[in-house]
Write a protein that binds this ligand. Structure first.
Ligand SMILES: [Zn+2]
Length: 217
């Protein structure tokens, strides 16, 4: 049921897809992302399984181990994005201030750092810009890293290269979520943010922002 809802008309996750240092790690039907910085390895989300085996094996392919992960930025509180968190015992965890308490209470996980919308985190040579894009969950985050917009479950790519909302079954506020995608495009234009690629948790990537511009709630 869950896999059908996600997969229907959706482009496939491309395991190992890598641009501007950001690497895709497919973990079943969800993906996490890794990027190396001079302040340690960073993950965006922590996978959907408690063992995080897919992430561990991807890191091994990169000559790294789970102990090298020092920072984990969570997009939101859903289990398929946070389940692997306890495996990464050296990592500090970050989430939007609006999502922080929920992750700690529902998932019984510690989140050390709270993020505020639009306030960049500098990790040595890499900057991570958190954007508050609510609807999928009340504190849902999108991250802009090295010109790649990491959408999490904010939206998905179709097999025709368009952008669509996540299935309503998963969105906690469907109307808000659909509008937030359009608002995100307006913000990218207004703030002149450089976006070369858009990546998602449950689909393949999309180049550029044309599909986001075409999207209508
Ligand atoms: Zn979700």
């Amino acid at each position: 049921m869950i896999i059908y809802l996600i997969a229907c008309g959706t482009s496939a996750i491309e395991d190992g897809w890598n641009k501007n240092g950001l690497n895709t790690i497919k973990d079943g039907y969800v993906s996490a992302y890794s990027i190396d910085t001079d302040q340690g390895l960073v993950l965006i989300d922590a996978g959907g399984t408690k063992e995080a085996k897919s992430i561990e094996s991807s890191l091994q392919d990169q000559g790294k181990s789970i102990n090298d992960v020092l920072h984990i930025f969570l997009t939101h509180a859903h289990t398929d994005h946070v389940a692997g968190l306890p495996v990464f015992s050296n990592a500090q965890t970050y989430a939007m201030s609006e999502e922080h308490d929920r992750i700690e209470e529902e998932q019984e996980l510690e989140v050390l750092h709270t993020l505020e919308d639009g306030l960049t985190i500098d990790l040595g040579d890499i900057q991570i810009l958190p954007l508050f894009v609510p609807g999928h969950t009340p504190g849902n985050a999108v991250y802009l890293i090295n010109e790649i917009l990491v959408m999490g479950d904010t939206a998905m790519a179709t097999d025709k290269g368009e952008i669509k909302p996540s299935p309503s079954f998963f969105n906690e506020d469907q109307e808000m979520s659909e509008q937030a995608i359009a608002d995100l495009y307006e913000r990218i234009v207004d703030e002149a943010l450089d976006v070369s690629w858009i990546v998602f948790s449950h689909s393949g990537p999309i180049e550029g922002t044309d599909a986001l511009e075409r999207y209508r709630p």
